[in-house]
Structure formats: structure tokens, C-alpha cells
Ligand binder design. Sequence first.
Ligand code: 5GP
Ligand code: MN
Length: 341
Amino acid sequence: MDRISEFKALLAQPKNIVIVTHFKPDADALGSTLGLAGYLRRKGHQVHPITPSDYPGFLAWMPGHETVHAVQKDKPETLQHARHLIGRADVIFCLDFSSLKRIEDLESPVREASAVKVMVDHHLEPENFAKFSYWDVKCASTAQMIYELIVMLGERDLIDNHIANCLYAGLMTDTGNFRHNNVTAREFQVAADLTALGANPSEVARQIYDTNSVERLRLTGFVLSQRMHVLPEYNTVYMTLTAEEMRQHGSQTGDTEGLVNYGLSIKGIKMSVLMYDRKDEIKFSFRSLGDFSVNDLARKHFQGGGHRNAAGGSSKQSLQEALQHFLSILPEYKDALRKPI
Ligand code: 5GP
Ligand code: MN
């Protein structure tokens, strides 16, 4: 981060701080939020973490999660309260996103707030809205950036086991368990230091991966056996899921997370796509291998973005129409998709 001493001075006195992360937060979004919240609280600040939606049950073990104010679409008073907190904040941290439209109903309250805004993120093509930006696309996770920031501020010693577990969770999941091509020696060094500071890797992994509901596992089985289609000419896999199918399987928030990765586990597949009905829109999850950029594809055709090998997007069409649209753009990428990984 530039102007680190100015930033340090900002946090030198107790402040009223809001931390916001993206809609439908994943482990990196919530882990970086709660890790930072823990650190700021230890420094004597008043901290209000806010999420623009609910978050998956497999994150509800994170220390401090009970302090999160989650906006719920069907409860306007929750948005009202979030507006109130944002309106009276001195500082607003925006974590794990860099385009304000990713916080949905909180976009205009944050945009209009008079607070000092701080952005910490690792997604491509950021919007310039913050006074302080710490932005690094080479960093595998935002949680790791929060660790780096605390170290830069000379306060590594304030990282306790609760903070370390939250940050480790974001690092573990955004690297796909240290498997993705965003993993360098640095990621292992940060993981090692977080472990030395009290993070418990096996317990974090258990909480995130081994707390499935039976319904979630059956939904995975259903999609893989009935709703996964392979397009060998494009080295592509796509999966679809209707709102009714999710209802029939008793799906909860987060149940589709990770599903798209199964497509990439097939030999020779270069792109995997999951499209599912969120009722008010169709959500796309894209994953790719090598130099094929799903960020570019999502940005160009589905109002989305993310990283080169993991991106998301959305469509206001029906699921059938969104699927047809997706299939219609594939010829544009045929050469790139057929190039060996
Ligand atoms: P996921 O497929 O797991 O929802 O998201 C993959 C990556 O793309 C994540 O880093 C996520 O933050 C980002 N992403 C997901 N949806 C969107 C979107 O609609 N717009 C943008 N800009 N990024 C997204
Ligand atoms: Mn992230």
C-alpha cells in the first residue's frame, strides 16, 4: 500500500469502522473481513462488519461471525440499519471486491458516504473509489493481503489464533487448497506464519469441507450425473441448475460453491461453467486452466469479471436463454480453447 504512514496515522486513534465485503461472501471475503475486524478491535476500534447478503453455513464457525450485520432482501430494515452504520462510519474498508456494483444495495450508500474509504483486493480491473488502495492481482487471496497489511503496520504480534484462523481460511480456499497457479512460495510462507500464530489448518479444513449437509452432497451428485454436459470440441464442461431443482434438493446458500471445479477435474478440459438460477438473475461461475481468461469472457459477455482462471457473471435472461447465449459465443473462443493446456 502507498502512503503507509498516512494510513497508519488514520488508525492511530479509536475510530468507528465499517468493513464491507461482496454479495454472497465466500471464505476469503468473510475470512479477510473477520480477520481485519479482530485486529482492529484489538487496537481499540469500534468495528461493524457488513455483508450485502447472507453467507454459507460452513463459514459460521469463524470467530466474530456473530458480529456481522447481514442485509436480507426480504427485510428492508436490515438495509436501513446497514445504511445507518455506513452513514456514521469514520472509515469504510472494502474487502475482496473492487467494483462497487458487487455490493448490490450497498453500492450507493458506500459511494455517497463521507468516510475515508480503504480498498484491499486482488481482482482484475479495479474501480477507483478509495482514498487508500492496496491492490495486488498477484496475491492469491485478500486474507493474505490483510496479513501483509498488519505486518506492514508492524503489528504482526496482534494476530491471535482467532484472527489467524480467519485469514488462513481465505488463503486456503482462494488457492484451492494450495493447488491453483496463484500459489508461490509466498503463499506457503504466509500459511506457515499464520500457523505459527495459532491457525489450525486441519480444523479450518474440516469446518469448511467436512460439514456438508446430506442435501448438499446429493445436489452435487444430481448435477454431476444429470446436469453436466461435456463439449469435447471446445474442451468445455457446463452445468445448469434451475431454481426448482435447487428447491427440490433443499439447497441453502453456499451449496453450489465448489461445484464448478469438478468440471476442470476431467482430463483435457480447459473451461468449466456453472449457471444457476438465483431467481432474480442467472449466476455464472467460470473456471479455466492455463492462459485461457474467463475474466475476459465474463467481462465481455456476462457483466462480470474476477480473475483469469476464476470469474463470475450474471444474466437477466431465463436460464434457457442464458445457456443459448453462452453456447452462441463459444465459436469465438474455439481456437483458444482447443490449444493444449
Ligand atoms: P465464484 O464463481 O466462486 O462465485 O467467483 C469466482 C471469482 O469471480 C471470485 O473471485 C469472485 O469474487 C469473482 N466474481 C464472481 N461473480 C462476479 C461478478 O458478477 N462480477 C465480478 N466482477 N466478479 C465476480
Ligand atoms: Mn478473494
